[in-house]
Write a protein of this length. Structure first.
Length: 270
């Protein structure tokens, strides 16, 4: 049995671990970002997955790294710590300015020579991936959003009430720093939510993946985004799956990677 923090055993066959190289990039608004480039074969530069982690996570957390390593079976992986997280500089804006960070990851993947670049985000990273695909000039070849909120200010679960305590209360902000997150000031202007912009992602292929047992954002968020996409996206509601990277199984990562690979080709996007 797998716990929610463990994607489980990879397979019974021998697998060569990917090459993992530290990378650095700078966002459009001049924030230095540190992360990892994973590849099973340095000579293969067809497909890259640019992965955006969730709030309080970073790319070297064991359960995040296991997800990155699984994606690396299907292509190259570029994953940067979002600002205010891990080894990156700057202060977290909890999804607003982090669109620049994901764009920096996409640019880095292209600079590394990858022909097709797709994005996949988890939780906060999923909201960032949706807004990047909808609003940024250099769009990915396909995008997957896993465990994404559809809107801001969600307080209808115990888990999200804890998150808002971290964000809004003085003691909470100190606790966030203890968790490794350096928070910026509250938003002065509320950015458009994923629900408000998801219709702009088409014709870029869009996959929305959500656990039926997600304890942060219920499945209604995924259904609302799927409706708002106007038929331009595909929805997977996964039984017995909870929230974001810590809930991922090897099989689910493989399915997402295969979907992104197929749909990012000229033939698969038709």
């Amino acid at each position: 049995m797998h716990t929610t923090k463990d994607p489980g055993q990879l397979d019974s066959v021998t697998v060569v671990p990917p090459n993992v190289t530290p990378v650095t990039s700078v966002s459009h608004d001049a924030v230095t970002l540190h992360g990892l480039h994973l590849t099973s074969s340095p000579s293969v530069t067809d497909l890259a997955f640019v992965v955006g982690h969730g709030f309080t996570n970073h790319v070297r957390k064991p359960f995040v790294l296991r997800v990155l390593e699984r994606f690396a079976r299907h292509g190259g992986v570029v994953a940067l710590d979002f600002r205010g997280h891990g080894r990156s500089h700057g202060l977290s804006t909890v999804g607003n300015d982090e669109v620049h960070d994901l764009a920096a990851g996409v640019s880095l993947a292209r600079d590394l020579g990858y022909r097709r670049v797709v994005t996949v985000g988890f939780s906060m990273g999923a909201s960032i991936a949706l807004r990047h695909a909808a609003l940024h000039d250099e769009r990915p070849a396909a995008v997957a959003a896993v465990s994404t909120p559809s809107r801001w200010w969600v307080r209808d679960t115990v888990a999200m009430r804890r998150v808002h305590w971290l964000l809004e209360q003085p003691h909470g902000r100190l606790a966030a720093r203890a968790l490794g997150v350096r928070l910026g000031p509250p938003w002065r202007i509320t950015p458009p939510s994923p629900l408000e912009v998801v219709h702009r992602i088409a014709p870029t292929p869009l996959l929305i993946v959500h656990g039926e047992e997600d304890h942060y954002f219920g499945p209604a968020h995924a259904r609302a985004l799927h409706r708002a996409a106007g038929g331009g996206g595909e929805l997977w509601l996964e039984p017995r799956i909870r929230h974001a990277e810590s809930a991922m199984t090897p099989a689910l990562v493989d399915r997402i990677a295969t979907w992104l690979d197929h749909r990012s080709t000229d033939e698969g996007s038709r």
